[in-house]
Design a protein around this ligand. Structure first.
Ligand SMILES: [Zn+2]
Length: 258
């Protein structure tokens, strides 16, 4: 081996190391991974989130946190929600906390005349919100944001029953932890995850993951959808528990819109 060749090899090895590092960093960056690490068990469990970082303080000190137990809802304003979900290429992210599907631009929900764009949806098991203390097998969160940066989340409860064909397709394409699986030629529509009835509970809450930011408009659909026992099991094999415990309602009003 001549000198040139040996330097060439070292350069190639350094390049491989650099690209390897990049590949390791990219998926978590894409998935919006926040530092420091947090989780649902061990020393990073939800009761510790507030002390893991200064940025996570609201998780402990916030007075309008999510999820909550939904009870004693007030019937005041009629339902005023409309979904305009377009097709989107299937992009499944396994971000280490949940299975998330990133959504293409151009889909939205309008609540009381206020329009919010759909960014992504993801799942929790068991459900984070409970209704009269009853949890569902899973909960779907459709995460929307308006131009002012305000979040509106639509929650759908998933109970055991008939299989859901869109969830089947998502589950079949779950990548390894930290990875993203993009299937550009496969179009999905999140409308297939909504129940027939659009009655919903609403209240003002927070993100249910760090940094637990408040001012989130929560809208939990009353009618659940169903997934098969096998589909529940498939998710639980990857994430046994990825639900934050119930937070105090404090003086917040929960409305039922129908
Ligand atoms: Zn969520």
């Amino acid at each position: 081996m001549n000198k040139f060749c040996r330097y060439g090899k070292i350069a190639a090895w350094l390049l491989a190391l650099f690209i390897g590092k990049l590949l390791l960093l990219t998926p978590s960056a894409l998935a919006g991974e926040t530092n420091p690490h947090w989780g649902y068990g061990g020393s990073e469990n939800p009761t510790q989130w507030g002390s893991l970082s200064k940025d996570f303080q609201l998780c402990e000190t916030g007075r309008s946190q999510s999820p909550i137990n939904i009870k004693n809802a007030v019937v005041r304003d009629p339902a005023n929600i409309s979904f305009d979900y377009q097709h989107s290429p299937l992009v499944v992210v396994n971000n280490g906390h949940t299975i998330q599907v990133n959504y293409a631009q151009g889909s939205s929900v309008t609540i009381n005349g206020e329009k919010f764009s759909l960014l992504q949806f993801h799942f929790h098991t068991p459900s984070e919100h409970t209704i009269n203390n009853k949890a569902s097998a899973l909960e779907l969160h459709l995460v929307h944001r308006n131009e002012a940066g305000k979040f509106a989340v639509v929650g759908v409860l998933l109970n055991q029953g008939k299989e859901n064909s869109l969830i089947k397709e998502i589950w079949e394409n779950i990548p390894a932890t930290g990875k993203t699986n993009t299937i550009s030629d496969r179009l999905i529509n999140a409308t297939n995850l909504l129940p027939k009835s659009k009655s919903y509970y609403s209240y003002s809450g927070s993100l249910t993951t760090p940094p637990c930011s408040e001012g989130v408009k929560w809208n939990i659909l009353v009618e659940p959808i169903t997934v098969s026992a096998e589909q529940i099991e498939t998710f639980a094999k990857i994430y046994q528990v990825d639900a934050r415990p119930i937070q105090p309602t404090n003086s917040r009003i929960i409305q039922l819109h129908r």
